[in-house]
Design a protein around this ligand. Structure first.
Ligand code: COA
Length: 181
């Protein structure tokens, strides 16, 4: 079994936000930031595994602060967790106002990347060598989050969904339920 340190595959990328990246309100388009995040996650996971990777899943992304044209954004990626063929890459995005030096946390997210061989088959990845308490914390959090996701998606699969259990909850919201009789 091969093991690698997290530091050996960490990626940091800084980019200037141009007017062509803006949406109709003059702020940077969220989809553009997501695309940069995917590139950085790809580079980080591919570096750890030594193979090109694909994105299997993207965890929730909250856009905490808008990014302005003319700001620098810095994206940081680290492998937080290694499975058999998958890796969970943690991402953090910060913006920097060049004139004032103000730095804002724009978002954090987790991308699950799977390593592929040259035939396109999933391939085993090296494990991680954890050298700090924070690295152990992130690895443990990844395991628990995966279990939570599995439990959540299991309870809402179409086959097992019990309408009577949730109808009242749904009807208490900003919605009108008009089911065929
Ligand atoms: C994602 C993908 C690699 C899964 O492969 P698969 O052979 O169908 O599925 P497996 O069950 O063997 O999963 C492989 C690994 O991915 C993980 N995985 C698969 N789907 C996942 C998901 N939705 N979320 C998190 N992890 C996932 C599995 O847990 C497994 O991890 P492990 O080997 O570390 O235990 C495959 O469906 C694929 O290639 N999808 C297209 C990816 C792509 O093109 N992305 C870009 C979209 S534009």
């Amino acid at each position: 079994m091969e093991y690698k340190k997290i530091a050996d595959s960490q990626i940091k990328m800084t980019q200037l936000m141009l007017p062509s990246h803006a949406n109709f309100s003059g702020k940077i388009h969220g989809g553009y930031v997501l695309s940069l995040m995917d590139q950085v996650a790809f580079a980080c996971a591919s570096k750890h595994s030594g193979h090109y990777c694909v994105t299997a899943s993207v965890n929730k992304v909250d856009f905490l602060n808008p990014i302005q044209v003319g700001e620098l954004i810095t994206l940081k990626a680290s492998v937080n967790y290694t499975g058999r063929t998958s890796m969970l890459v943690g991402l953090r995005v910060e913006s920097e106002n060049i004139q004032t030096g103000e730095i804002k946390h724009c978002n954090s997210s987790y991308f699950t990347m799977v390593a592929k061989d040259e035939q396109g088959n999933n391939i085993e990845v090296p494990g991680l060598i954890l050298t700090t308490k924070d690295q152990v914390r992130r690895f443990a959090r990844s395991i628990v989050r995966q279990e939570d996701t599995r439990n959540r998606s299991g309870s809402f699969n179409a086959k097992d969904f019990r309408l009577e259990k949730y109808l009242e909850l749904v009807q208490a919201q900003n919605v009108k339920v008009e089911l065929p009789s």
